[in-house]
Design a binder for this molecule. Sequence first.
Ligand SMILES: [Zn+2]
Ligand SMILES: [Zn+2]
Length: 375
Amino acid sequence: MGSNNRNKPCWCGSGIKYKKCHLIREQQAPLTRGDLEAHSKNQKSKKICSVKNLFPEECSGKIINAHTISKSGSLKEISENGHVMGAKPSLDSLIKRNGNLALERVGINKASTFTGFCSVHDKKIFSPLEDEQVTLSYKQLFLLAYRGFCRELFLKENNKGTANLMKESDRGQDRILQAMIQGYADTYDSGVDLALRDLGCIKEQMDSILISEDYTKINHCVFELNAPPKVLVSAMIAPVMDFQGNELQRLGLQDEVYEYIFFNCISYENKGCFVFSWMATNGKYCDKFIDSLLKFDNEQVSDALVRFCYSFSENTWASPSWWASLSEEAKNSIGRRLMHGTPMEVHPQDCLVDDGYRYKAMSISKREIRVSERT
Ligand SMILES: [Zn+2]
Ligand SMILES: [Zn+2]
């Protein structure tokens, strides 16, 4: 490299001069485990109320560990000695298990929480879910989706920090590896940017429903359960394949605005429900996704939902005795699903197709599509 190039912007796209960026990268000390741990601690310390933009003067300023799945209702119903089974996708457990995830016992005070609501708003906004009888009203179904969505947005914003860390992870490596790592980090980073762009739009739409209470803008598919489910969940995904393994959306295309679907499984009054929710305007892929699920009979749906939860959300929590009742093969199959969608493994195209295991996690008594009447 001539001295002229030293003052040009670095090839990696950082915007920093080459001489201050990648010129000396190979000589830099590689990231240590301490660096990674500091990063994950830093992410865990983020605290912000998800509705501060809407009601700034009301916020208590005291950010709490808000449950995305009700502790007093749902989690308590499936817990044993105050514990449920969940995946801890922490660095520690990944290192401990050689990169393989498995379910571990987690206290219900910690299960499904995030530091994304202040004490006032967690109480006030979700009171119709926490303090009133669950009737699966449109308002309650919306609030379920809203709470899970706020957590997803909160976590996605953290991923921006992870992308920045990835860009530093080529320290001490040779030029070829530097180029590979920067390429990988770029792809990840632009994926995060795309998702944040979409999630920002959804937040505006969801906020407007929260304020206007116009629940016709969101559709639901409700499976009612006549016994408490063994597995609870609260999350959101952009569906990329259906339950028969057919491709839906292809992620990573700059010009596309993706469709997202929210899903929640809760337990109440010795029964429960599994609900998918999606914006009425997001009907192209979400409808296909739901149609493919509705081809199954109730027992098949119940198994399909277990496959889906473990392949797509780490915010999935299970009853300890149910987990203990599964065969080793079934447990290993779930363990492999926990790796889907991590930086180590993309989702296999057929990950929702029947894997032959009968999980017996839900007893479905009724299915219902709630689509608003469009005029
Ligand atoms: Zn650089
Ligand atoms: Zn607040």
